[in-house]
Unconditional design. Structure first.
Length: 201
């Protein structure tokens, strides 16, 4: 721009302010893009595993492996206010003896971790027994988001999202949508710890 034949230049402070504003705008956009991708990963994982859970749903799944003991513990906490499983389990010690610990006056205490039944309580209240499946899907979605955030520390956003989705598509995780197990919680905890440590560093 010319004024009376002389070029008018912006002061250095104005140019520095514009540059800082541009950097701040780019930072906000990158942050929004990261958050959007993470939300997309969580949604995609939730939809995929929820669809699988619906297609493969069977009440029989609640009676396989350790599932009855997690369910019985949650029901005991919810309805009896304790973890004595005598009111929930049928079949006697010859059936359940290896899965319980006897209390001083004959109580049947679960040998399985209590974190899963405690985490399932709100879902059990709202959804009934299918609440365990809802919890499993929610945990899997959360794991997908955390894996994406971990990958984001060493990779661009799109690559990090793709890596997280690829990991979540692995066969070893697919069976957990219809299974009541603390395994996903056990994976989510260390992953969150690594993410927090990386941010702290």
């Amino acid at each position: 721009m010319l004024v009376r034949g002389e070029a008018v230049r912006k002061p250095a402070d104005d140019r520095a302010g514009d540059s800082a504003g541009e950097r701040s705008g780019r930072h906000r956009w990158n942050h929004l893009w990261d958050r959007s991708l993470a939300a997309g990963v969580g949604l995609a994982v939730a939809v995929a595993f929820a669809a699988q859970a619906v297609v493969l749903y069977s009440p029989q799944a609640y009676y396989e492996g350790d599932c009855p003991y997690y369910i019985s513990t949650a029901l005991s906490i919810l309805h009896d206010g304790d973890i004595d499983l005598r009111n929930q389990l049928r079949g006697g010690l010859e059936v359940h003896g290896r899965q319980i610990a006897l209390g001083r006056v004959g109580q049947w205490y679960p040998k399985h971790p209590l974190l899963m039944p405690l985490a399932a309580l709100p879902f059990l209240v709202v959804f009934g027994l299918p609440g365990f499946t809802v919890l499993s899907v929610a945990l899997l979605a959360a794991l997908g988001v955390v894996l994406m955030r971990l990958a984001r520390t060493v990779a661009p956003p799109a690559a990090a999202a793709g890596a997280a989705l690829l990991l979540m598509a692995g066969r070893f995780l697919r069976r957990y949508a219809n299974n009541i197990t603390p395994a996903v919680l056990a994976a989510l905890g260390p992953a969150l710890g690594l993410l927090a440590r990386g941010r702290g560093g």
